[in-house]
Design a binder for this molecule. Structure first.
Ligand code: FNR
Length: 375
């Protein structure tokens, strides 16, 4: 997209788009980003979080919240927000209001970590719940030094599953009460929903395991529940059929991705948000023969792509109709005015991986400079 630095341009990423009832003025979405800066487990105002999200809000932009817990068993990391109590709703309200004041559309990503957890995060020190009782091996964190350890999970019984589905339903209702415009189900990256979807994890013998239909049943039931609660036009889902993050590989990700795109499309949900096959983890990008195009064609609503995009790549995806919107994670994290920078083709601030998950209310969070501050 050949504009020289500093020159304004009408690039594909900056064209308007109507997503259901939402009139967006550009195609650059803020990807969901866990930042671990909600303190005291949320039920109180979080002014630094208000600032962080409002910095990234632009008129007609689409933004996703960080992964937000649906229940007291959903936690996997410290200082992550929840949305299952009235207090959580109150804590989110000023954040949502600040984003709306800038004219952006804001969806809450609702989440259950499943086995990506340990007993320290669980009520009464109990075992985390999952689709399986297979334990995750310890993982080196993004700072390259610390190691995350996970407790052996407890496989949910068939009878317990409706309660977890209901937790997602209540979380969706609470998100609307907090003022969010809709919700995104976190069905990606090896967390609870993905633990059901992938045959590398799910070893169940009941109606939630085995065939692809069975492995997708939990996701379908959650989609049905949240659609009934808030309406299909306010529901999106994030999926990463190709990712093996948190040991969540599938033996046939193309078939799984296509099946999900076709099946979930039938519920008339607003969008499907898929992570590129070239993203092995949030940090690794590699050449890959697979593509999301078959899923894009199969899904009738809005299709959002994410994973390793930059200005040039994102423009191409929109221009070639491989996506309606492109979600940016690390670049948006480090460039609060990313749409503006893309518009004038300005250089980007470099992200600092070592501060991604610092529990500091400022450093690596709200202190990335705006364009006019660096000029
Ligand atoms: C993430 N990612 C992520 N994904 C998600 O669905 N929910 C989340 O809460 C998070 N949290 C998160 C935190 C941080 C610090 C990073 C770097 C990533 C994945 C993210 O949304 C995105 O898919 C990846 O970062 C790849 O896109 P980029 O960064 O190449 O644009």
């Amino acid at each position: 997209m050949g504009s020289t630095p500093g020159e304004k341009s009408q690039i594909p990423l900056l064209t308007p788009y109507k997503m259901g009832n939402f009139q967006l003025s550009h195609r650059i979405a803020l990807a969901p980003l866990t930042r671990e800066r909600f303190f005291k487990n949320v039920p109180q105002p979080q002014p630094h979080v208000v600032l962080y999200y409002s910095q990234r809000a632009s008129k007609g932009g689409f933004m996703l919240s960080e992964a937000t817990r649906v229940s007291d068993t959903a936690q996997g990391y410290p200082n992550t927000p929840g949305i299952w109590t009235k207090e959580h709703v109150e804590a989110w309200k000023p954040i949502v209001d600040a984003v709306h004041a800038k004219g952006a559309v804001f969806f809450c990503q609702i989440w259950h970590a499943g086995r990506v957890s340990n007993t320290g995060f669980q009520p009464n020190g109990q075992a985390p719940i999952s689709s399986t009782d297979k334990e995750l091996t310890p993982q080196i964190l993004s700072n390259g030094v610390d190691v995350a350890r996970f407790s052996p999970p407890r496989c949910l019984t068939t009878e317990e599953i409706p309660q977890v589905v209901n937790d997602f339903r209540i979380a969706a209702r609470n998100a609307m009460e907090a003022g969010f415009d809709g919700i995104e189900l976190h069905g990606a990256h090896g967390y609870l929903i993905d633990q059901f979807l992938k045959d590398g994890v799910n070893d169940r013998t009941d109606q939630y395991g085995g065939s692809i239909e069975n492995r997708c049943r939990f996701a379908r039931e959650i989609v049905e529940a949240v659609v009934a609660e808030v309406g299909a036009d306010r529901v999106g889902i994030r999926l990463s059929p190709f990712a093996n993050y948190m040991e969540s590989g599938d033996s046939d990700p193309n078939t799984l991705g296509l099946y999900l795109a076709e099946t979930l499309s039938r519920y008339g949900i607003l969008y499907c948000h898929m992570v590129e096959p070239r993203m092995k983890t949030a940090d690794e990008k590699f050449e890959c023969p697979h593509s999301l195009v078959p899923m894009r064609r199969a899904f009738k609503g809005t299709f959002i792509v994410a994973g390793g995009y930059d200005r040039e790549d994102g423009n191409k995806a929109v221009e070639e109709d491989r996506a309606d919107l492109v979600a940016f994670g690390r670049h948006f994290l480090a460039n609060p005015d990313l749409p503006k920078r893309f518009e004038v083709n300005a250089p980007l601030n470099k992200y600092d991986r070592s501060t991604f998950y610092l529990h500091d209310p400022v450093v690596g969070y709200t202190d990335y400079p705006f364009l006019d501050e660096t000029a």
